[in-house]
Design a protein around this ligand. Sequence first.
Ligand code: APR
Length: 270
Amino acid sequence: MPGQAVAHAGRTGDDRRVSDYRNIVILTGAGISAESGLATFRGADGLWEGRRVEDVATPGAFRRDPALVHHFYDARRARLAEVEPNAAHNALARLDAAWSGELLLVTQNVDDLHERAGSKRLLHMHGELKRGWCLACGERFAWEGPMGEGAVCPDCTTAGQVRPDIVWFGEMPYEMERIDQALSRADLFVSIGTSGAVYPAAGFVQTARYCGAHCLEMNLEPSQGSIFFHESLIGPAGQLVPAWVDALLATPTNPARCRDRGRGPRPSAN
Ligand code: APR
């Protein structure tokens, strides 16, 4: 497998084999879309570089200056038409199609590259650029093209009350209950291309590990929560993820182990 592997020796306490895995939860962040040409949030040239989060990604920002907020998200929505899924998105879609056990792909990304690659068991915990939310009637709906301040709700036809269906700072991410349930049943938790700077996603590794999952991260650099993973693979997602998926799909699942697999939280091995 390409990239530098860092096994956290002495801290793993995890004796399971790849053939034991049945239920997988995968978390992705902006790093998986970087090789498609979408900017990440943090670091040099990141979306937050030179921009205050509070100015564009909070409910208060939208109340204060909706034009500025719409401009930021309209530009990002328009950019989606110029990019394509990369080898990492394609590999996860291949895994989704081939994996007979449970699988949930939880993305923090608001782009549509996972679904364009073909992933089906997918959940956008931070919302989607191509969806709108009407503050007048509460409906959420698909949205193409610019939104702008005067956007009209397709359900109640109110103008000027439509916002991007994006989870801003201070708001609750979507489907947390479903994510918690999947984490509690996971044998394998995989985090790809996320800095581990933003909760609750940054805490998923601790939940998964506590519930007994093997925890693997793939990132260009160790994430902020790197210490909680059994293994870290350091390198670009476009190389690491396809190689990891190939290896996983080449390993026959151990049916006896799958039948024995308990449900619900189990104490961590260490
Ligand atoms: N392959 C793998 N990892 C990469 C690549 C790549 N080609 N390029 C960058 N990365 C890594 C970076 O090293 C970094 O650790 O991806 C991570 C991206 O981190 P962030 O920019 O913080 O993005 P993310 O973790 O998704 O941010 C979480 O913060 O601002 C909010 O709501 C926003 O969903 C976002 C959340």
